[in-house]
Design a protein around this ligand. Structure first.
Ligand SMILES: *Cc1c(COP(=O)(O)O)cnc(C)c1O
Length: 501
């Protein structure tokens, strides 16, 4: 039966697709043959466990299923649709070869309870990743266990705390954190049983050395710094900062979630840090942002190595590997088995494919791209604290607010109509109407130019027709939402809007 509402122009692009449960017709099907390697592929299920009736699933042909999921995949903006300049998040294109490697049957089909003798290849790969990350960061030992950046921070804080306790200093429980820090930093300090203490930045966005000297003391456990910091600026005084903190008996933690500016250029270990965590799901290309798996390994100095939790991958004299669980080290057990292996394998594939020279080039191009955008946009989006940036910059939309009554939120939402994801907004908190832009190295000159043109077009709209911005986005399947309500009362039903108030 035909119905003209099915063919309204625009619906094709803007509408939500029909539920898959109402599509298809009995008898339609798509076939995929199971893998056959000469052995029986599946044992017969015992009769008592078999379904008596066929499941009540929709019957669809392969093209119907393909179209359905392809349509679904385009409802959200994603890096394979367009630019995604989300600051402090390093949303770079993820090479397909990473996915192919992580999906190799000899890796993807392993079971975590399999005997160590069966997983030697995997352990060799993970050991190589540990060594590569130590080489990139300038440290002695690595734990791949943390499943997220914040979990790496927690483990790093735990390890520093364990060192102070071991040395008989339970009173060392204060961790200094600059006011430009990522919000997860103070949270991780608290969860590790310590107390965060805020350090105010200087007007140029860097740490105030006098304030630091005044803040350290016998209760100092350490300092947590992001370098380059969240303003996209390098802490030039880092060796002096390290000397002040070490002299006071503290340790230095680096939040290395985004190494995109410095990989292959400088190493946290050489700057005087004692611990660093990296987000493999940012710097090393694994996609993130949809709540998918991540990995936040930490690398540490020899002094802190004994406090890393097990299991440890240990190479034997015969070239084989064992997984050792050292007694007493399970108190920081934060993840089952040995971390998110699939994410680790993607990162290793990325590192090996780029090679040392390639990683240097990644950093150089990431910085070049950010500087190009800054140079082309700073007349309408001024950058508060700096003349120059590294892999990202934080602009302020204050003049848009004062002149046109347009907020940074409106700029971000309107960018969606131009096919670009919004930059990070309202972070870091120390910049008013902040707009944090990180293009990454994987965007071409043409794509950067499109972004510049979009921001300039939106600036003109703000001057002539600000209402367009207030109501944006206009061309996405779902318009502007009450974000607090959407998070607290998500409507996840395929049956359509629920009446849950
Ligand atoms: C993303 C990020 C984090 C947190 O990482 P998660 O994996 O989201 O927990 C911490 N610090 C900085 C600087 C980040 O950009």
């Amino acid at each position: 039966m035909s119905d003209e509402s099915m063919v309204q122009p625009g619906r094709w692009n803007a509408g939500l697709p029909e539920s898959i449960f109402t599509k298809g017709a009995p008898g339609r099907r798509g076939l995929t043959f199971p893998r056959w390697d000469g052995e029986p592929v599946a044992a017969d299920l015992p009769a008592g466990m078999r379904r008596a009736e066929p499941a009540d699933f929709p019957s669809l042909s392969e093209p119907e299923v393909m179209r359905h999921f392809t349509q679904l995949s385009n409802l959200n903006h994603h890096i394979e649709r367009g630019m995604y300049p989300l600051g402090s998040c390093t949303m770079k294109y993820n090479p397909r070869v990473n996915e192919q490697i992580a999906a190799l049957p000899g890796l993807a089909d392993l079971h975590p309870e399999q005997p160590v003798g069966d997983v030697q290849g995997l352990l060799a790969a993970l050991k190589l990743l540990e060594e590569s990350l130590c080489e990139i960061t300038g440290f002695a030992a690595c734990s791949l266990i943390p499943a997220a950046g914040a979990q790496g921070e927690y483990l790093g804080m735990f390890v520093i705390r364990a060192l102070h306790l071991h040395n008989g200093h339970p009173e060392r429980a204060e961790v200094l954190i600059p006011d430009s820090a990522h919000g997860t930093n103070p949270a991780s300090v608290v969860i590790a049983g310590m107390v965060p203490k805020t350090l105010k930045s200087r007007p140029n966005g860097r740490i105030d050395l006098d304030a630091l000297r005044a803040a350290v003391g016998p209760r100092t456990a350490g300092i947590m710094i992001t370098n380059p910091n969240t303003l996209g600026l390098f802490e030039n005084d880092i060796t002096e900062i390290a000397a002040i903190v070490h002299e006071a008996g503290g340790r230095l933690y680096m939040d290395g979630a985004n190494l995109n500016a410095i990989m292959g250029k400088v190493r946290p270990g050489d700057m005087g840090f004692d611990v660093v965590h990296m987000n493999l799901h940012k710097t090393f290309s694994t996609p993130h942002g949809g709540g998918g798996p991540g990995a936040g390994p930490i690398c540490v100095t020899p002094e802190l190595q004994p406090f890393l939790p097990g299991p440890w991958i240990t190479a034997g004299a015969d070239g084989g590997f064992t997984l050792e669980n050292l007694p007493g080290r399970d108190s920081a057990a934060i993840h089952s088995y040995y971390g998110n292996v699939g994410v680790c394998l993607r990162a290793l594939a990325y590192i090996l494919r780029c090679g040392g020279d390639g990683l240097v080039r990644v950093s150089e191009c990431a910085v070049l791209n950010a500087r190009y955008l800054l140079s082309q946009l700073r007349d309408i989006l001024p950058v508060a604290n700096a003349d120059q940036c590294l892999h990202e910059f934080v602009a302020s939309g204050v003049s848009w607010k004062n002149e046109f009554g347009v907020r940074t939120l409106d700029i971000g939402k309107r960018l969606l109509d131009y096919g670009v994801h919004a930059p990070t907004i309202y972070f870091p908190l120390i910049v008013e109407e902040a707009l944090m832009v990180e293009p990454t190295e994987t965007e071409s000159k043409e794509s950067l130019d499109r972004f510049i043109a979009a921001v300039r077009a939106i600036h003109r709209e703000a001057a002539t027709d600000p209402e367009v911005l207030h109501g944006a986005p206009h061309t996405t399947p779902v318009g502007r939402m009450d974000e607090a309500r959407a998070a607290r009362q998500p409507d996840l039903s395929w049956l359509g809007p629920c009446n849950c108030g």
